[in-house]
Design a binder for this molecule. Structure first.
Ligand SMILES: [Mn+2]
Length: 300
């Protein structure tokens, strides 16, 4: 089994690549179901079953040049792990590549977003998640996956979408900041209002996207530590990301909280497919592919 996303025959050298996949097998902060440290390896394994041709873009997005580096060797102390992640992402950005961090639990995003902020200054941050993750502290640590967005709040303009679980304190915090998330129910209503709100929130600064796979409905994504009913379907996510990526300059991405269930293959396949779709959208937006635009963009 190759350690390259999509397999060895379609991967580029690190030097040639534009997209760098960084496996971050870390799940020390998970509070309910654990096992997210096995996520990166299972995603890479499942990716080797993907069809290389994208039926929406009508091209093979791997040609935009992807390389997968060795998994990060992460210490169990969260702060130390974040330093390792941060320096790996910084190195990737300095090489002018787009980092795609594979979690791991959501705390891995803190180090990655800090590196993106150090490199670009204030950025836009789009968070797809069932949870607000705005607690100041959870189970005795301020670096829990439940605190991720609170830790990076000042580093950019945070746009939250798919939310359907938050505490009254998190709600108060958001109100104090003058922000309201785009709730899952707003996206499920299938009007264009939710998408328009998300796009209105984009400031035009470089965009970092963090995808917690629990943004998806548990029927689509059962393999995650803290599943929440009432989530997004596959087509909602493609529509949302296809539109946003078309109008923003995406500079980094992470996909977190896949906790594989032994014997159940479709969740990791779904995550691998999602990552490949996103690579295709970004590559298309950057003019790297001779392709047709995403369905909803070209039909607009
Ligand atoms: Mn979550």
């Amino acid at each position: 089994m190759s350690r390259q996303f999509l397999g060895s025959h379609t991967s580029f050298t690190r030097q040639e690549s534009r997209f760098l996949i960084i496996p971050a097998p870390f799940d020390v902060t998970a509070s309910y179901g654990t096992g997210a440290r096995f996520g990166p390896a299972r995603i890479i394994e499942a990716s080797q079953q993907l069809e290389l041709f994208d039926e929406e873009l009508l091209c093979e997005p791997w040609k935009a040049a992807i390389h997968t580096q060795e998994p990060l060797d992460l210490p169990v102390v969260v702060e130390k792990a974040q330093e390792v992640i941060s320096s790996a992402v910084r190195m990737c950005l300095e090489e002018e590549k787009l980092p795609i961090l594979l979690g791991g639990d959501h705390s891995v995003s803190i180090g990655a977003i800090r590196a993106a902020h150090n490199h670009y200054g204030q950025i836009d941050i789009l968070q797809l998640d069932a949870h607000a993750d705005l607690r100041d502290e959870y189970q005795g640590t301020c670096y829990s996956h439940a605190c991720v967005m609170r830790r990076i709040w000042g580093l950019g303009n945070v746009i939250q979408a798919g939310i359907r679980s938050l505490s009254s304190r998190e709600w108060e915090f958001l109100k104090d900041q003058g922000r309201t998330p785009v709730f899952a129910k707003d996206i499920l209503a299938e009007t264009d209002n939710a998408l328009e709100k998300i796009c209105r929130c984009l400031s035009g600064r470089p965009l970092y996207i963090t995808v917690d796979v629990d943004c998806m409905d548990p029927s689509v994504m059962p393999a995650t530590g803290t599943p929440e009913p009432g989530g997004l379907q596959w087509q909602h996510i493609l529509r949302l990301l296809g539109s946003v990526i078309h109008q923003a300059d995406v500079i980094g991405l992470d996909v977190v909280e896949l906790a594989p269930v032994p014997g159940l293959h479709y969740p990791e396949y779904t995550v691998a497919r999602l990552i490949y779709k996103i690579i295709g959208y970004i590559a298309y937006a950057r003019g790297l592919l001779d392709a047709q635009g995403p369905a909803h963009v070209s039909s607009a």
